[in-house]
Design a protein around this ligand. Structure first.
Ligand code: SF4
Length: 96
C-alpha cells in the first residue's frame, strides 16, 4: 500500500479553487425565486457579452429569465441589466 499523498500543482489548485468558489456563489441562485435574488453581479465582473460562445448562450442557461418574446432581451438571476438571449458569460450554467 502506498503512503504517498497525491501531488497537485499550484496552478491546478488555484483553478479548482476558483471553480469551487464560482459554483458556490451561483448555486443558491439556482434554487431561489426572481424576487429573492436581489443582489446581482455587474456584467463586467462575469465577462458578459452579447454573443454566444458556440452553442452556449443565455437562452439555454439555467439563470436566464426570458422576456415575453423569445428574441427580446430578458434578465438574469445573477447578472444585472438587460440580458440578450444570445449572450453569454463566465458563469453560464447549462440547462440539464
Ligand atoms: S450566461 Fe451568464 S448572463 Fe447569461 S443567463 Fe447565464 S448567468 Fe446570466
Amino acid at each position: 500500500m502506498s503512503t504517498e499523498t497525491p501531488k497537485i500543482n499550484r496552478r491546478d489548485w488555484l483553478r479548482q479553487s476558483a471553480a469551487f468558489i464560482g459554483a458556490a456563489a451561483v448555486a443558491p441562485l439556482l434554487f431561489t425565486s426572481r424576487a429573492e435574488a436581489a443582489d446581482k453581479m455587474a456584467k463586467t465582473a462575469v465577462n458578459y457579452r452579447d454573443k454566444p460562445k458556440g452553442s452556449e448562450m443565455c437562452s439555454n442557461c439555467k439563470l436566464f429569465i426570458p422576456a415575453s418574446t423569445p428574441t427580446a432581451d430578458g434578465e438574469c438571476k445573477a447578472v444585472a441589466g438587460k440580458i440578450s438571449p444570445k449572450g453569454w458569460c463566465d458563469i453560464y450554467v447549462p440547462k440539464s
